[in-house]
Design a protein around this ligand. Structure first.
Ligand code: ARG
Length: 457
C-alpha cells in the first residue's frame, strides 16, 4: 500500500509502477530531502502544528533515516515510489504515529522542487569549483612555459604567432564565463518553493519565509503555482553545463591535435594516456577524446529537459519527474571530464622547439609587411595587395618571404620584421598575443579569477 492509496480500491498495475517509480534514480537526493523535511518540521512546530516533543521525535527519526542511507542499510520496500515516500515511510516506522504529521501543509510538489533546488545549489558550486581548477591548470601551464610561442590558427591554417599563455588563457576565459554562468544560475535558483503545497498553498498557518531562511534560501516563493511548476533552474544549470561541455570538447579536440605526431606540440603524462589492445606502440589521448565525446550527452540532457517542459500546462505535471536523470547525468559527467582533464593539462609537457619552428614559418610575417606599409601611409587594401603579391612570388619561386622582401629594393627596409621573435613582439595592441600586453592580460584574468573564486566558495 502506497502512502496515498486511500482513494483506491485496486492496486497499481505493475507496468505503471515500473513507469512511474523514481526511487531507482532519485535516491541520490536523500540528504537534500531530509534537510528539507527537517526545516519543514521546524516550521510545523513554529506554527503550532506539532509540539516541541513531536518535533524532536521527527528530527531524531529523520537523522536515523539519513544514517541508514549513509551506512547503506536503508531497505527499500515495494511501496516506496520515490525518495520522498521512502523517507516518510521509514520515518513513520522509526518514530511511530508522529511521522504521519510530517507531511502536514506540504505536497510532494513543493517538496520535490525544494529538494531539487538544494541539490542544484550544491551541484553548481561543485561544478564551478572544478571548472576553476581547470582554469588554474591552464594559467599555471602558461606560466611554466612563459616564453613559448606557437602558431595561432584560423581555419586550422597557421595565421600568426602567439604566446602559448595567450592561447591557454583563451580557453581559461571561456571557462571563467562558464563559472560565472553557473554561479549566476545558482543565485537565481536560491528561492524556496516550500510551503506552496500541491498548487495553491494551505489553510494552515505555516510561514514559508521561516523555512526558506532555515534552508539558506534568499527568499520564499512569490506564487505557489510558479513555485511547483518552475524548472527554469534545471534548464539553466543544464545550459551552463552544456556550454561548459562544448568548451571542454574544443579543448579536447586541440589536445588530440597537439598530441598527434603530426603536430607534436605536446605530450600527455602516462597517467593520462591509454594504450592500444593490439598495437604495442600506441599512446592514445583518450582523455581528450572523451572530453570531446561526452559533450554530446550534455547538450542532449539540456535538449531533453527543454522539450519536456515545452507546452506543459501549469502547474505540477508528472512529466516534471523527467528533470532529474538529465540533471544528475550532466553534473556527474561534467565532474568526470573536468577532473580528468585538469590532471591531463597539469601533466602536459610542451614541445617548445617544435611549436617555435611551426610558428617561424615566415609567411606569418606577411601581415607585418602590410602593416609596415600602412604605417608609411599606404591604404590597407593596397598594402594587403602588395604583401599578397610578395607572398605569391615566394610561394611560386619556392623561396622564403624574407628572401623576396629583401630582394626588392623598395622593401629591404622591412628585413627586420623577419628577425626571430619580431612578429610576436610586434603584437602590441591591447589584448593581443604578444609579450608586451601579456602582463596586463594576466592581471585582468587574475582579477576575474579571484572575483569568481570568492563568489563560488
Ligand atoms: N517523484 C516525483 C517527481 O519527481 C515527486 C512528485 C510527485 N508528485 C505527484 N503529484 N505525483 O516529480
Amino acid at each position: 500500500m502506497t502512502l496515498w492509496s486511500g482513494r483506491f480500491t485496486e492496486s497499481m498495475d505493475s507496468t505503471l509502477w515500473e513507469l512511474s517509480e523514481s526511487f531507482s534514480f532519485d535516491q541520490v537526493l536523500y540528504a537534500y530531502d531530509i534537510q528539507g523535511s527537517k526545516a519543514h518540521a521546524e516550521g510545523l512546530a513554529r506554527a503550532g502544528l506539532v509540539t516541541e516533543g513531536e518535533l524532536s521525535e521527527l528530527l531524531r527519526g529523520l537523522d536515523s533515516v539519513a544514517q541508514e542511507f549513509v551506512g547503506g542499510t536503508f531497505v527499500r520496500t515495494d511501496v516506496d515510489e520515490d525518495i520522498h515516500m521512502a523517507i516518510e515511510r521509514r520515518l513513520t516506522e522509526i518514530v511511530g504515529e508522529v511521522g504521519q504529521k510530517l507531511h502536514t501543509a506540504r505536497s510532494r510538489n513543493d517538496q520535490v522542487a525544494t529538494t531539487l533546488r538544494l541539490f542544484a545549489r550544491e551541484a553548481t558550486t561543485t561544478v564551478a569549483q572544478a571548472a576553476l581548477g581547470l582554469v588554474e591548470a591552464f594559467v599555471s601551464k602558461g606560466k611554466a612555459y612563459s616564453q613559448a610561442v606557437l602558431p595561432g590558427y584560423t581555419h586550422l591554417q597557421r595565421a600568426q604567432p602567439v604566446l602559448l599563455s595567450h592561447h591557454l588563457n583563451a580557453h581559461a576565459l571561456g571557462l571563467l564565463r562558464d563559472v560565472e554562468r553557473l554561479v549566476d544560475a545558482r543565485d537565481r535558483l536560491n528561492v524556496s518553493p516550500l510551503g506552496a503545497g500541491a498548487i495553491a498553498g494551505t489553510s494552515l498557518p505555516i510561514d514559508p519565509a521561516f523555512t526558506a531562511n532555515l534552508l539558506g534560501f534568499d527568499s520564499p516563493f512569490i506564487n505557489s503555482m510558479d513555485a511547483v511548476s518552475d524548472r527554469d533552474f534545471v534548464a539553466e544549470v543544464l545550459f551552463a553545463i552544456a556550454l561548459l561541455g562544448v568548451h571542454l570538447s574544443r579543448i579536447g579536440e586541440e589536445l588530440v591535435l597537439w598530441t598527434s605526431q603530426e603536430f607534436n606540440f605536446a605530450t600527455l603524462g602516462d597517467p593520462f594516456t591509454t594504450g592500444s589492445s593490439m598495437l604495442p606502440h600506441k599512446k592514445n589521448s583518450d582523455v581528450a577524446e572523451l572530453a570531446r565525446g561526452k559533450s554530446g550527452r550534455l547538450v542532449g540532457n539540456l535538449t531533453s529537459v527543454l522539450v519536456m517542459l515545452k507546452g506543459l500546462p501549469l502547474s505540477y505535471n508528472r512529466d516534471l519527474q523527467e528533470d532529474k536523470e538529465p540533471l544528475f547525468d550532466s553534473v556527474r559527467t561534467a565532474m568526470l571530464v573536468l577532473n580528468s582533464l585538469t590532471g591531463a593539462v597539469q601533466s602536459l609537457t610542451m614541445n617548445s622547439e617544435r611549436m617555435k619552428s611551426a610558428s617561424s614559418d615566415d609567411l606569418l610575417v606577411a601581415i607585418d609587411v602590410a602593416e609596415a606599409l600602412v604605417a608609411e601611409g599606404v591604404p590597407f587594401r593596397k598594402a594587403h595587395e602588395i604583401a599578397g603579391r610578395l607572398v605569391g612570388r615566394a610561394v611560386g619561386e619556392g623561396v622564403t618571404l624574407s628572401q623576396v622582401v629583401t630582394s626588392e629594393p623598395d622593401f629591404t627596409k622591412f628585413g627586420p620584421l623577419f628577425a626571430e621573435g619580431a612578429a610576436l613582439a610586434n603584437r602590441t595592441s591591447p589584448g593581443s598575443a604578444g609579450p608586451k600586453t601579456a602582463i596586463d592580460q594576466d592581471k585582468r584574468l587574475q582579477e576575474i579569477l579571484s572575483t569568481l573564486q570568492s563568489r563560488v566558495f
